[in-house]
Ligand binder design. Structure first.
Ligand SMILES: Cc1cc2nc3c(=O)[nH]c(=O)nc-3n(C[C@H](O)[C@H](O)[C@H](O)COP(=O)(O)OP(=O)(O)OC[C@H]3O[C@@H](n4cnc5c(N)ncnc54)[C@H](O)[C@@H]3O)c2cc1C
Length: 295
């Protein structure tokens, strides 16, 4: 159903969800009853809906008896390095991410620093190097030569760092800000520790080794000393075997409600170093099998 913003779940006294409430874009509220409910509104909005459903019986939000909902928020902190290699490689043909170095994701070092992978980008450099060369004031043959050399020799590599689940990294409801429908927007507490920073330093050493092997010149870092995000939002609906330390069981069913399931990257209790969507899709298929009684 389009233009429908779910803002509340309604429950009975026996541990079942009985209805959901949504606003249409005119802020008219609608109520929908069902046998089974699947929250699949992303790892930020799903906990938000459950927080907004708080009432006298569940003052901290639904599915939050053990104060785990919205906690352990993770992403993949990241940065990149770009340089010219010593022979033409002409990136821009074929898939965007043709290869990735995965061997750095596991080993005894994980007791010391974050695991990571390194991606090699195959995006075309033509537009960005042309804009830079024009900005530098190059014209005529010098401009032509610069575009040809840089577009064929420039390589960008990127790390993707594992972040550990930390209960203090969390999604909450804003106490002050509301959206256009009058619903609280999410607010966040989020940081990462030295474990990630040490992983970053280890990955920078790998960047340097790669650059050296490729005869690199003009090595540039995306944002020295800072991190980018990767939109791999995980952890806030963590699945597990113990209700005290998780939000859902192993098939994504809320511990406190027998007919409420969650399908999202949020159910992943750790983020590891791989992009999260395929894992979440596989977990969602398992959730569907559980709802259908196949497992
Ligand atoms: C720029 C970008 C690049 C990315 N690249 C990759 C990649 O290369 N590989 C990878 O694995 N992942 C990638 N991701 C992450 C990927 O998009 C997410 O992991 C994935 O979409 C999460 O799936 P989800 O079902 O949990 O949430 P979503 O895909 O966000 O789906 C949630 C749905 O719920 C709806 N919704 C939200 N709130 C409500 C509400 N209150 N009522 C009703 N409906 C609601 C939303 O409209 C949306 O349709 C990328 C993300 C971004 C932003």
């Amino acid at each position: 159903m389009t233009k429908a913003v779910v803002y509340k779940l309604e429950h009975d006294k026996k541990g079942k969800i009985v209805a959901l409430h949504y606003y249409d874009w005119n802020k008219v509220s609608h109520r929908v009853e069902a046998e089974t409910f699947v929250l699949a509104a992303n790892a930020i909005e799903t906990p938000k809906i459950l927080f907004m459903s708080a009432d006298d019986m569940f003052p901290n939000g639904l599915g939050n008896n053990n104060d785990q909902l919205g906690r352990h928020l993770m992403d993949h902190p990241s940065n990149s390095a770009t340089f010219y290699v010593d022979e033409p490689i002409w990136p821009g043909r074929g898939p965007m991410s043709p290869s990735s170095i995965q061997q750095l994701r596991d080993g005894a070092f994980r007791s010391e620093h974050a695991a990571f992978r390194i991606d090699l980008s195959n995006s075309s450099r033509v537009a960005s190097v042309t804009a830079a060369a024009i900005k530098e004031g190059l014209t005529g043959k010098a401009l032509d030569d610069a575009i040809r050399y840089r577009a064929s020799h420039e390589l960008s590599i990127k790390n993707v760092l594992e972040q550990l689940p930390d209960p203090n990294n969390r999604v909450m409801l804003s106490k002050t800000k509301k959206d256009a429908l009058g619903l609280p927007v999410p607010s966040f507490s989020y940081s990462f520790d030295d474990y990630v920073e040490r992983g970053m330093q280890a990955s920078l050493a790998v960047y340097a080794e790669m650059a050296s092997m490729l005869g690199a010149t003009d090595v540039r870092y995306s944002a020295p000393g800072s991190y980018s995000n990767n939109q791999h939002i995980t952890g806030t609906l963590a699945m597990g075997t113990d209700p005290k330390t998780s939000v859902t069981d192993h098939v994504g069913r809320a511990w406190d409600f027998s007919n409420l399931y969650m399908a999202s990257t949020g159910v992943m209790p750790t983020v590891a170093t791989a992009n999260s969507t395929l894992t979440a899709s596989a977990l969602s298929l398992r959730t569907a099998d559980a709802i259908l009684g196949k497992i």
